[in-house]
Design a protein around this ligand. Structure first.
Ligand SMILES: Cc1ncc(C[n+]2csc(CCOP(=O)(O)OP(=O)(O)O)c2C)c(N)n1
Ligand SMILES: [Mg+2]
Length: 612
């Protein structure tokens, strides 16, 4: 433990304010007043309380800091400049094209584990990290700095709830209660007792402090981990604190000072500022490092052709199998584990499973947190409910997160439960995420092999699993590389190329067999990798069938397999005819719904025959 030098910390806080003002003025944009309110908190954390190796922000037992109010990025950058990691001269390049000191933090920076800036997401990520620390028997703490306006977000309370349930005393939330939001005062202004009651109700220990009193800040931080609850520090602060003409003033959110104003502000701050360069920082404990190595291979699979399994069930089987050899694999679910079959993993490895209850935004945020700690998190729920967490998934794209999302119960094939439970937009949604991979297996073997691929592939991978049982059509040695496709039927003189995936692949096979009896032949392709799509395989097949492709999918018309194929192949002059769900579905038997939307064998036969 280093000795606390209160005067030095006060001085560093003002130095951080100066950097925040200077860099945003140089950039001509940014949020200097949001930085000023939190400067004392950040100075105390980075230069007295937190234990970390400032030369190696990735060190596995460093305390973690998530700037959930990501718009205060200049303050974070200033802290990492004052601790010596970022050259101070770099701060002047804030927000410049090509510089990693962007408007909001991203993991392009070694010290930002995740992207922030879409408010309300940091605490859930912190929950994932705090859980990862526990699983890895590491003693780092996770600190999450939030704005008071920000905590109106429901996702904050999903996270607060789970942290309370799991008594995460290694998670510390800090609310910078500066009374103001963007366009006006927050709903509760400085009536911060309201926040205290709310966090208390979620099972947190609450400390209400003056967020500009370094001694008080240090005192509450000294109490971190002393009981079995997560701790939230509600810090009463003033936006623009430290500068007389900014402090507690409306209308300054997201506004840089002009040059003359900056000079005046710095003149106020400079006499009370001290450099943090060379200040001692507490070092983390050296504990055994977690095993984060990818395995050389996975145990073999053993299926018999024709045996029937739902791909959702094969997912559960696969997860247990890869979890045996890949210690990085962890899983989480939103109270659907007996439907998604993630309960197989839960039963086998309870310590590596997190029940997130019915809170899908937090489910994804927790996965992002685990991913940021080197784990390979598999988060599952009904595919339709991932739509609730689309912003978390989108931001995971910016975080370049390594997360695996597994959505079951897709399409009209779920039948009787009706449209509220049917994922019919999920392919469109997941395809749109930067850097994502979208996979859609049709049988047990391809599911097992794709789950292996997902574990080995860094990035956001989505696996679409189905409820109905389907026969095993592939041999145990078949390989399913991401970006591939399987030609399952092809002969000379084929009339059309039918591209399907998942349940509709089996309908396409039935259609091929039915047509064959009538002397009509078609190519059938299993597009198990929707993104990236095996464009060359489909194109080569299409060129042998008069440039005619029919896509068949249990998904809405928009943005799914059909659009993926059309989007890739239209430039090559290939005509794509889409069969997909084209109206609001109704409860019913899967067969009835398939027939209604012409995505069953009969519909495919009809379509093939209709083509000249
Ligand atoms: C989800 C989301 N909604 C809206 C915004 C736009 N926005 C950025 S900062 C801000 C106000 C934040 O207020 P507060 O959390 O109190 O932070 P402060 O700047 O006061 O510290 C808003 C509305 C955003 N970034 N994210
Ligand atoms: Mg505020």
């Amino acid at each position: 433990m280093i000795e606390t030098d209160i005067e030095l910390l006060k001085g560093i806080a003002n130095q951080l304010r100066i950097h925040s003002i200077t860099s945003t003025t140089a950039a001509g944009s940014g949020h200097p007043t949001s930085c000023c309110s939190a400067a004392d908190l950040v100075a105390a954390l980075f230069f007295s309380h937190m234990k970390y190796d400032a030369k190696n922000p990735h060190f596995y037992n460093n305390d973690r800091f998530i700037l959930s109010k990501g718009h205060a990025a200049p303050l974070l950058y200033a802290a990492w400049a004052e601790n010596g990691f970022v050259p101070v001269s770099e701060l002047a390049k804030l927000r410049q094209f090509g510089n990693d000191l962007e408007g909001h933090p991203t993991p392009r920076l070694a010290f930002a584990d995740v992207a922030t800036g879409s408010l309300g997401q940091g605490l859930g990520v912190g929950v994932g990290m705090a859980l990862a620390a526990r699983q890895d028997k590491l003693d780092y703490n996770t600190y999450v700095l939030m704005g008071d306006g920000e905590i109106a977000e429901g996702a904050v309370w999903e996270a607060a709830s789970l942290a309370g349930i799991y008594k995460l005393n290694n998670l510390i939330g800090i609310v910078d209660a500066n009374r103001l939001g963007q366009s006006q005062a927050t709903a509760f202004g400085h009536d911060i007792g309201v926040y205290a009651k709310r966090f208390e109700a979620f099972g947190w220990r609450v400390e209400v402090i003056d967020g500009h009193d370094i001694e008080e800040i240090i005192e509450v931080l000294n109490g971190v981990g002393l009981d079995d609850k997560p701790l939230v520090i509600i810090a009463k602060t003033y936006k623009g604190a430290g500068v007389s003409f900014l402090q507690d003033k409306d209308g300054w959110h997201g506004k840089p000072l002009n040059k003359e104003e900056a000079v005046r502000a710095i003149a106020e701050l400079q006499p009370r500022a001290k450099s943090g360069i060379g200040a001692p920082i507490s070092t983390p404990n050296i504990l055994p490092a977690p095993n984060l190595a990818a395995p050389a291979s996975f145990p073999a699979i053993n299926y018999k052709l024709g045996d029937q399994f739902a791909t959702r069930e094969s997912y559960g089987t696969a997860l247990v199998r890869i979890g045996e050899t890949d210690q990085r694999v962890v899983a989480m679910d939103g109270d659907t584990k007996n439907s998604t079959y993630s309960d197989k993993f839960f039963k086998k490895f309870p310590a590596r499973f997190t029940e997130c209850f019915i809170a899908e935004q937090n489910l994804v945020a927790v996965a992002v947190g685990f991913g940021a700690r080197g784990k390979v998190p598999f988060a599952s729920t009904f595919a339709c409910f991932f739509a609730r967490a689309f912003d978390q998934i989108r931001v995971a794209g910016i975080s370049m997160s390594n997360i695996k999302l597994v959505g079951s119960h897709v399409g009209v094939s779920i039948g009787e439960d009706g449209p509220s439970q049917m994922a019919l937009e999920d392919i469109a949604m997941m395809r749109a995420v930067c850097g994502s991979t979208v996979l859609y297996p049709c049988d047990a073997v391809s599911t097992e092999k794709l789950v292996e691929q997902m574990a080995l592939k860094k990035g956001i991978c989505f696996l679409r699993t189905s409820r109905p049982k389907t026969p095993v059509i592939y041999g145990n040695d078949e390989q399913f590389p991401i970006g591939g496709a399987k030609i399952v039927r092809q002969s000379a003189g084929d009339k059309a190329t039918v591209v399907a995936a998942g349940v509709t692949l089996h309908e396409a096979i039935k259609a091929a067999d039915a047509l064959k009896n009538e002397g009509v032949h078609i190519t059938v392709i299993d597009a198990y990798s929707i993104k990236p799509l095996a464009k060359d395989v489909i194109k080569a097949a299409a060129q042998k069938t008069h440039n005619t492709v029919i896509t068949v999918e249990d998904h809405y018309m928009e943005g799914g397999l059909g659009d993926a194929v059309a989007g890739e192949l239209s430039v090559d002059g290939i005509k794509v005819h889409k069969l997909a769900v084209n109206s609001l579905p109704h409860s019913g038997k899967a067969e009835q719904l398939f027939a209604k939307y012409n995505i069953d064998a009969a519909g495919i036969v009809k379509k093939v025959k209709s083509l000249a």
